[in-house]
Design a protein around this ligand. Structure first.
Ligand SMILES: Cc1cc2nc3c(=O)[nH]c(=O)nc-3n(C[C@H](O)[C@H](O)[C@H](O)COP(=O)(O)O)c2cc1C
Length: 373
């Protein structure tokens, strides 16, 4: 049962590293393709994130740590001075609006195309994405990625660390390493995308090694209390078949237990799932849970609030919601007061466009309603 709004833990403060979050609602990372073709965040992105500054924490959308890691057109990046300057405008706007913000670092691996990045994508093994991919010229066949050498692996680990430093320089409170949803780190962990015979493949211990090295390098670069990790156990998006799902994530979580990370973030968090319960027991730090109910279908009418309450009761510390924050800049206030949510519109605006479907969702006061119940 949903708690009465005023007694819900969702609206109680929480500590995260050196941050004090005014509530336990986290805006999940959401790719919206509003950066310039050069990966520079545009001013409209500052408006969008500042509108959502009442979230306990914003995790800004997947952002590319190096040129070859770009997934799709108009994805923001953080490896050039212009990109850092663009992000600084965003973090300043969010801070001025009273918010706190991490940046998600994502290398797409085989989820990429030369028409978007100008480069042949790299991956643990030359196994192409088994589906078409969005490019500036529309959807195209995926290309066979180039297998990363050990030198490529080392330089990519270093690129993540540099990107994390750049993120702090740009004013982010920390970064989230993206090891979920079929991108490069997940490709290393999954059996069907990693056929390597060296120390980065084979057994589960080998397949998690790249993710562990990236997380440790990023933590060493900016301090572990500024670093989160996102995982999606069992998620088959982007053609992933993990193989030993339980063993992968138990081993990964144990391998990172001593680092002192800010948080672990689980997608498809389910309080009734034995693996999720086990990860909660193994992970002594902050656990961010994204229930992801109806992802791929309609958003639940309460935006995921009831699922979030159940996860908090089962031991999660923070609740991440994605689509509800897309369509409700003032989601925290709406959930706190029990006000109805704006429906999500997708008329091609989810992954493309300018202000429409992005910064034009009304808040309660703008909609002419009172902000208190
Ligand atoms: C438009 C869109 C963009 C997304 N972009 C990202 C992303 O950049 N990084 C990521 O880890 N997950 C991404 N996701 C997944 C969301 O973070 C979240 O896990 C998903 O929407 C389910 O949560 P929800 O039910 O609260 O929306 C995206 C989802 C959507 C709908």
């Amino acid at each position: 049962m949903t708690n009465a709004p005023e007694t819900s833990r969702l609206f109680q403060p929480a500590r995260l590293g050196s941050l004090v979050l005014p509530n336990r609602l986290v805006m999940a990372p959401l790719t919206r393709n509003r950066a310039g073709a050069d990966g520079v965040p545009q001013p409209v992105m500052a408006t969008y994130y500042a509108q959502r500054a009442s979230a306990g924490l914003i995790i800004a959308e997947a952002t590319t740590p190096n040129a070859v890691g770009q997934t799709y057109p108009n994805i923001p990046a953080i490896h050039s001075d212009a990109q850092v300057a663009g992000w600084r405008r965003v973090t300043e706007a969010v801070r001025a609006a009273g918010g706190r913000m991490f940046l998600q670092l994502q290398h797409g691996g085989r989820v990429g195309h030369p028409d978007s990045s100008g480069l042949v994508p790299v991956a643990p093994s030359p196994v192409p994405l088994p589906e078409t991919i969005h490019t500036p010229g529309g959807r195209k066949e995926a290309v066979v990625p180039r297998e990363m050498s050990v030198d490529d692996i080392r330089s990519t680990v270093a690129d993540f660390a540099t990107a994390a430093r750049n993120a702090v320089d740009a004013g982010f409170a920390g970064v989230e390493v993206h090891a979920a949803n079929g991108h490069l780190l997940h490709q290393f962990m999954a059996r069907n995308t990693n056929h390597r015979a060296d120390g980065y493949g084979g057994s589960v211990a080998g397949r998690i090694r790249f993710a562990v090295e990236v997380v440790r390098a990023v933590a060493a670069a900016i301090g572990p209390e500024r670093v989160g990790l996102r995982i999606s156990p069992g998620n088959t998006v982007n053609g992933i078949e993990e193989g030993e799902t339980g063993e992968i994530y138990r081993t990964l979580v144990d391998a990172l237990a001593d680092v002192g990370l800010a948080y672990l973030h689980t997608v498809f968090a389910d309080p009734d799932d034995a693996l999720w319960q086990d990860l909660r027991k193994r992970w002594s730090g902050t656990l961010v849970a994204n229930p992801a109910l109806g992802w791929g279908g309609p958003l639940p009418a309460d935006g995921g609030r009831q699922a979030g309450e159940r996860l908090l009761a089962a031991g999660a510390d923070l609740i991440a919601l994605g689509r509800a924050f897309m369509s409700n800049p003032d989601l925290v206030e709406r959930l706190r007061t029990g006000a109805p949510l704006n429906p999500l519109r997708d008329e091609g605006w989810m992954y493309a466009g300018g202000e429409a479907g992005y910064t034009d969702y009304p808040s309660l006061t703008k909609a002419g309603m009172t902000a208190t119940a």
